[in-house]
Design a protein. Structure first.
Length: 140
């Protein structure tokens, strides 16, 4: 048999109301382990739920991306664009049409007719400033 030191033997033999102190320490340790495992499991369940939510968002976003790509492909079809351009009177550009920088004013479209504002009522029109002849000469 192994010789046990006296203080350790006293610790194992020490009783509180008929229960050994080592048994009380063991029960407390087991209770702490059970509690910590429960806390860890609850945290893992929360993380798992969050992961599931994020994965479902990813699936939804991928579906949206697929739909948007299909829509862009449909809208960019050359036949569709040609039909729309013909509908508004556009045609293909001549490949041999070239211009140099100096010739741009000649091919520029004429300026749009300027829209003149409606005449202001006479009561609202500001009076012209009176300029004296001497003041005008001093400006030059």
């Amino acid at each position: 048999m192994i010789a046990v030191p006296v203080p350790v033997k006293r610790l194992f033999d020490w009783k509180v109301r008929g229960v050994r102190c080592v048994e009380i320490i063991g029960v407390v340790c087991v209770a702490a382990l059970v509690f910590s495992v429960y806390i860890a499991k609850a945290a893992a369940a929360r993380e798992s739920a969050e992961i599931s939510r994020i994965e479902s968002e990813i699936r939804e976003n991928r579906q949206r991306v697929r739909l948007l790509r299909a829509e862009a492909t449909r809208l960019e079809q050359p036949a569709r664009l040609e039909a729309l351009s013909r509908g508004i009177g556009l045609g293909p550009v001549d490949v041999h049409r070239q211009a140099v920088e100096t010739g741009l004013p000649a091919i520029a479209p004429p300026p749009a007719a300027a829209v003149s504002p409606a005449p202001a009522p006479a009561a609202v029109a500001p009076a012209a400033p009176v300029v004296e002849p001497n003041a005008e000469e001093s400006l030059h």
